[in-house]
Design a protein around this ligand. Structure first.
Ligand code: ADP
Ligand code: MG
Length: 245
């Protein structure tokens, strides 16, 4: 049995009186691809955001590769280098070129030289099919291209895990595939990935595991073949599957 890369133990999160994560416990193994689904407002983004301390949990314990997720500055720096995140809205720096978007963090946080950081960035741009766009600004790119840059930027820190929060939800339909293809390729390279998405084809074909969130709790967690089968008794999972499949 290999050791879990991420451990989540009895985690609670409240916004005021709203109990958004209710005693969540789970583990994510190295190399595993997990897809998280569930109704809007069920806590999916909040869980992802607690894993890299964009949100703090109120109770319980989270560790990423042995680093405890807390407010200690040293662990926070270490954590942010291990966990890459890709958002629905890309969040690229608008005033920087593609190349500078990708090299900024490695140069600042990892103290890489410009030359080394740029060589690595060009390699990543080749991986996501954008080597000809290195000197453009984000506004000159399509949504799908911007999201691929965002993935390259996250990978530039050489993270051990990549979190994706609805990475294709803001894209025009014709651009969804190019982003999913990059994610697919990343999954087959062995990257540990946790992906919140409505793309059920991706879940079926790429995920090792599908997790269904319901009102701040993990209501179901199993390989995709089981998730997409007919035997569910939970009415909310049935309703979800009726809607999406
Ligand atoms: P999901 O990603 O599954 O749609 P979220 O994790 O974004 O759900 O949100 C879960 C619940 O927490 C929602 O009801 C949302 O309104 C609430 N919530 C999320 N972030 C905040 C916040 N910063 N302040 C107050 N409430 C929040
Ligand atoms: Mg969300």
């Amino acid at each position: 049995m290999t050791e879990a890369l991420i451990k989540v133990e009895n985690v609670h999160k409240r916004f005021g009186t709203h109990h958004v994560l209710c005693n969540v416990s789970t583990e994510f193994m190295a190399g595993q691809v997990t897809v998280i689904v569930g109704a809007s407002g069920s806590g999916k983004s909040t869980l992802l955001r607690t894993l890299n301390r964009l949100e703090r949990h109120d109770e319980g314990r989270i560790t990423v590769d042995g680093i405890e997720v807390n407010d200690d500055h040293k662990s926070l720096d270490a954590l942010r280098q291990e966990v890459g995140m890709v958002f629905q809205q890309f969040n690229l720096f608008a005033h920087l070129t593609v190349l500078d978007n990708i090299t900024l963090a490695p140069r600042r946080a990892r103290k890489m030289s410009r030359k080394d950081a740029e060589a690595r960035a060009m390699e990543l741009l080749r991986r996501v099919g954008l080597e000809d766009h290195a000197h453009k600004h984000p506004f000159a790119l399509s949504g799908g291209q911007q999201q691929r840059v965002a993935i390259a930027r996250a990978l530039a820190m050489q993270p051990r895990v990549m979190l994706f929060d609805e990475p294709t939800s803001a894209l025009d339909p014709e651009m969804v595939k190019e982003v999913l293809d990059v994610m697919r390729q990343l999954a087959s390279s062995g990257m540990t990935m946790i992906v919140v998405t409505h793309e059920m084809g991706f879940a079926r074909e790429v995920a090792d595991r599908v997790m269904f969130f319901d009102q701040g709790q993990i209501a179901f967690d199993a390989p995709p073949a089981q998730f997409f089968s007919n035997g569910h008794t939970n009415p909310r999972i049935k309703a979800f599957l009726n809607r999406v499949v």
